[in-house]
Design a protein around this ligand. Structure first.
Ligand code: SF4
Length: 310
C-alpha cells in the first residue's frame, strides 16, 4: 500500500488561534470555562477540552452571571455579544478574523442599503452569526435553484457574500448564476472562501486522481471536511470522512491500494498520524508527502489573552 499525504491539511490559522486561546484561558482563568458552541467543529478537540473543564453551551442562559465565556471560531450574531454583556460575562472572542471580515462586509452592504444574498449552509454556526448582523437584509441561498427562486427584479441593487468553508466549485456556479440573473450585483472581489478551505480543496482536486481511496480526517459537522469528501467523490474516487482510526474499516482497502489522506481545517494532526499507523500496521504502507502549497498564515490571540504575562 502507498499512502499519499496531502498538504496543506489539518489545522488552519483560525483553528490554531481558537484552540490555543482556549488552552491559555483554562490555564489563566481556571475552570469551569464556558464556550459558546463547539470551539471548532471537531469531536476529539471538543472532548479533550471537555475533559479539561470546558463547558460547551448553545445558549448563554446556561452560563452563570459573571463567568468567563469564549466565543467559538465560527463567530456569533451581535445579539449574542449583547446578551453576554447583559449577563456581565467576561467574553473572550475567538472568532476567526476571516469570519469577522464577512460580518463587516454584511454590515457595510446593509448600511449602504443593499439587500444581501448569502451563499451558505442553513443552520451552520457561521451562517447564523453572519445573518444576525443584518437579519432584515440577508436572504440565504444554498443552490443554483435557490437563486432561480429569488423573487427580485433583474435590476435590483443587490450584494452577495459567501460562507468561508464552501466548495469553491459550487460557490462559483452559484455566483455565476447570480451574475446572470442580477448583472449589477456587487460582492467581494471573488468570494469569501478562505485560503485554508481553498488550499485543502485544491490539494484533494490535484491528488485524488492518483488514489484508489481518499480518507478525510474530520468530523461530520465540519463543513470544510464534508466538502473535501465531496470533491474526491466528484472525481470518481471513493472517499470516507472519519473522526479517527476507530472509524477505519479493513474492507475499504486492498494491499496494493493507493490511499490519499487529508484532514479538514479543524482536525488535529495526531489523528492523521494514528490513521497512518493503523494502515502501516496492517498493510506495511509507505508514506509519500505531497504539498501543493506552503501556508504561513498566523492570527494573533484575542484580548485579553494576548496581554497575559508570559
Ligand atoms: S477554515 Fe478559514 S475561516 Fe474557518 S477558521 Fe479556518 S481560516 Fe478561519
Amino acid at each position: 500500500m502507498k499512502i499519499i499525504l496531502a498538504g496543506p491539511r489539518g489545522f488552519c490559522a483560525g483553528v490554531n488561534m481558537a484552540v490555543e486561546s482556549l488552552q491559555l484561558a483554562i490555564e489563566a482563568f481556571g475552570t469551569p470555562i464556558y464556550v459558546y458552541h463547539e470551539i471548532v467543529h471537531n469531536k476529539h478537540v471538543v472532548e479533550r477540552f471537555r475533559d479539561r473543564g470546558a463547558v460547551f453551551v448553545d445558549d448563554l442562559v446556561e452560563v452563570p452571571e459573571g463567568a468567563t465565556v469564549m466565543l467559538s471560531a465560527h463567530g456569533v450574531a451581535p445579539q449574542v455579544r449583547e446578551q453576554a454583556a447583559q449577563r456581565r460575562l467576561r467574553t473572550i472572542d475567538a472568532t476567526c478574523p476571516l469570519v469577522t471580515k464577512v460580518h463587516l462586509e454584511a454590515v457595510r452592504f446593509a448600511r449602504d442599503g443593499y439587500p444581501i444574498v448569502l451563499i451558505g449552509h442553513a443552520g451552520h454556526d457561521e451562517v447564523i452569526g453572519t445573518m444576525g448582523e443584518a437579519p432584515q437584509a440577508i436572504a440565504l441561498v444554498e443552490t443554483v435553484d435557490d437563486v432561480d427562486r429569488l423573487d427580485l427584479p433583474a435590476d435590483a441593487p443587490l450584494a452577495f457574500l459567501t460562507q468561508t468553508t464552501l466548495s469553491v466549485d459550487d460557490a462559483t456556479r452559484i455566483i455565476d448564476r447570480l451574475k446572470e440573473r442580477f448583472p449589477t450585483i456587487v460582492g467581494p472581489r471573488k468570494d469569501d472562501i478562505c485560503y485554508a478551505t481553498q488550499n485543502r480543496q485544491q490539494a484533494v482536486r490535484t491528488l485524488a486522481p492518483e488514489a484508489d481511496v481518499v480518507l478525510v480526517v474530520g468530523s461530520q459537522n465540519s463543513s470544510n471536511s464534508q466538502r473535501l469528501r465531496e470533491i474526491a467523490t466528484e472525481q470518481g474516487v471513493p472517499a470516507e470522512l472519519i473522526d479517527g482510526p476507530d472509524d477505519l474499516r479493513a474492507d475499504w482497502f486492498a494491499d496494493q491500494a493507493v490511499v490519499l489522506i487529508t484532514a479538514g481545517a479543524s482536525a488535529p494532526e495526531s489523528l492523521v498520524q494514528e490513521c497512518i499507523a493503523w494502515l502501516q500496521a496492517r498493510y506495511n504502507a509507505t508514506v509519500q508527502s505531497r504539498s501543493i502549497r506552503d501556508e504561513e498564515v498566523y492570527f494573533p490571540l484575542p484580548p485579553p489573552l494576548r496581554d497575559l504575562p508570559s
